[in-house]
Write a new protein. Structure first.
Length: 68
């Protein structure tokens, strides 16, 4: 409970949308949601990892993307 004390509903909503877009292969939209998390100054490791992954692919899912 204490670990989640600083997690807001706004963060959870942004992160869920970002992850959903990521899994769907909609990486430009995922980027927008995940960068909003950074803009709001949430220091989140998982967000940073996802942004690194999609940035390495120039924010475009591979043609054979299956959601993982």
């Amino acid at each position: 409970m204490m670990m989640r004390a600083d997690i807001t509903t706004e963060f959870l909503d942004l992160f869920k949308r970002g992850v959903d877009f990521y899994l769907e292969g909609r990486w430009q939209e995922a980027r927008e949601e995940l960068e909003q998390i950074e803009f709001e100054n949430y220091n989140d490791f998982s967000t940073n990892v996802l942004l690194d992954v999609i940035e390495a692919e120039n924010f475009e899912a591979p043609k054979d993307w299956k959601g993982y």
